[in-house]
Each structure stands twice: as structure tokens, then as C-alpha cells.
Ligand binder design. Structure first.
Ligand code: MG
Length: 283
């Protein structure tokens, strides 16, 4: 990584120049990349507009499964982002549904720890929820960001895990950042709680840093890895997921993701605006 001023784009040695020749889609993390809390960064809308004008698709990937994709569409539109529809947003609900469809086609009935939105959304892919009963054995247990976590249901999940039911988690994050005076215990911590209680290991964890969500998008758009660019502020989730997917990567250094001296990203910029000006200097 070459040295640069804070206001400059840094290009990793060996990476192609930041002309998006060959890139057909830019996928972005949300918090710390396009907005912070409820405040949209001023660089976001001009960047998205430029991508659209230059014929490059764009969308968002988030590990946060507490909201449905439709709820994200409404939230992002409410912030002024011209999202055309749910096809521009990927959360691990799509990764779970795709993995079950292709790798576990016999799965029909699930015991889910998640918000009402998440449970409804996952079941919309053709699954049913089992009752909280020892007589209703599920095909799989799924743990997600359950903001309505309930002790008997936590124990029921543990019971099925102890009894050998295949177990999956939507994402590894142990907490969810919030400006509120509280600490949001996230899916990774709920998963760790169940692992401690049962002595069992979760069979598979989806979400960044895994490449599954980007692979969902590549499949949807028929893209090769080199045709995708992943932008985000966190090295060990956003950038890692892009690298594992074989995509190009852009690290945004102004978010909460920490220092950038060791970044493995192809490009590093303080915000999307700096990257925008490097890509399209005549805009
Ligand atoms: Mg972020």
C-alpha cells in the first residue's frame, strides 16, 4: 500500500487503476460506508448517481437480519437513497435460503431464533416453523439477531442442538453498534451462548466475512468475481468478504472500522466521494 494523504485515494500495488473498467456492480456495506446511524454521508447520493449514469449496478450488503429486506428498502428510500427494489439488497436471509435450497433440499421445518420480520422472511422461501415443543422436531435450527429473545425458546433451541439437529447462524457479529445508551447483543453472542450451554459447535455461520452474500448477488446478476467491487469500512468483515469472493475491494477509512495501515483492500479512501472523483474525474 503506497503512502497517501488523508484526502487521497490509495491504490494497493498490483491492483488495477481505479477506473471501473470491467466492474459491473458495486456492493456497499451500510453503516460507516453510506451513512452513520440515521445520517446519510453527503458523498453517498452523488456517488450512486454517478454509478447509475455510467451504467454500473449498485446495491447493499448487511449482516443485520433484524430487519427484512423490504424494511431496508423502505428505510433507505426514507433516507433519500433511490433504491429501485429488494433486488438491490442482500442480507444473510438470502444466504440461508440459498444454502438450504441447494445443499439441504429436504429441509422444510425450522426452529428459528429471530425477530418476527426475520422468521416471516425466511419462511417465505418455503419453510415452516416448528412449535416450541419437544414433540415437534425441526429439520434445522437457525439463530439470527433475535431482538425478542425469549428464555424458553433459547432453551428449546439448545435442546434441539443437543439432540443433533443441524444448526446454522446468520452472521458472526457479537454486538450491533447503536447510538442509544444500550449494548445490542447480536447473533454471534446468542450463538456463543448456545455453544457454551450445549458444548456443540454451530455447523455454519453465514454473513460477512464469508462471501455468501456477494455470491448471491453475483449469481443474481450473472457476474464473474472480477466484475464486482465490495466497499466497506471494516477490514475483517467487509474487505475480507470481498477478498474471499474474489471481488475487487474498497476500504472506507472514515467509518468505525479502525486503522487502515494493514488493509488488504485494492483501494482505500476516506469516503465514497474521494473514490468517486478518482473514478470519474470529469463528473
Ligand atoms: Mg460498516
Amino acid at each position: 500500500m503506497s503512502a497517501g494523504m488523508d484526502s487521497e485515494l490509495i491504490v494497493k500495488a498490483g491492483s488495477p487503476p481505479p477506473a471501473l473498467a470491467g466492474v459491473r456492480c458495486v456492493m456497499m456495506d451500510l453503516d460507516g460506508t453510506v451513512y452513520e446511524g440515521d445520517a446519510l454521508y453527503p458523498t453517498t447520493l452523488p456517488f450512486l448517481d454517478a454509478l447509475t449514469r455510467h451504467g454500473i449496478a449498485w446495491g447493499f450488503v448487511t449482516n443485520n437480519t433484524s430487519r427484512s429486506i423490504d424494511a431496508y428498502v423502505a428505510r433507505l428510500r426514507g433516507m433519500g437513497i433511490p433504491v429501485s427494489g429488494p433486488e438491490q439488497i442482500v442480507t444473510p436471509v438470502l444466504s440461508v435460503a440459498e444454502a438450504f435450497r441447494t445443499e439441504h433440499p429436504a429441509f422444510r421445518r425450522l426452529f428459528i431464533l429471530g425477530t418476527d420480520d426475520f422468521r416471516r422472511e425466511l419462511c417465505s422461501f418455503g419453510f415452516d416453523e416448528t412449535a416450541d415443543s419437544p414433540d415437534d422436531r425441526p429439520d434445522a435450527v437457525v439463530t439470527a439477531f433475535d431482538k425478542s429473545l425469549n428464555y424458553p425458546r433459547l432453551c428449546r433451541a439448545a435442546w434441539w442442538i443437543r439432540n443433533g439437529v443441524p444448526w446454522f447462524a446468520t452472521h458472526p457479529d457479537v454486538f450491533c453498534p447503536t447510538p442509544e445508551p444500550t449494548w445490542l447483543v447480536d447473533c454471534g453472542a446468542i450463538t456463543a451462548c448456545l455453544e457454551t450451554a450445549t458444548g456443540m459447535k454451530c455447523g455454519r455461520v453465514f454473513g460477512k466475512p464469508n462471501p455468501d452474500m456477494l455470491q448471491v448477488m453475483m449469481k443474481r446478476l450473472g457476474l464473474r468475481p472480477a466484475e464486482l467491487l465490495m466497499a466497506g469500512d471494516r477490514e475483517h468483515t467487509d474487505i475480507e468478504s470481498g477478498i474471499r469472493a474474489g471481488a475487487r475491494t474498497l476500504r472506507i477509512s472514515s467509518g468505525v472500522g479502525g486503522g487502515v495501515s494493514e488493509t488488504r483492500a485494492d483501494y482505500c479512501a476516506p469516503d465514497l466521494g474521494v473514490f468517486h472523483r478518482a473514478l470519474f474525474p470529469t463528473d
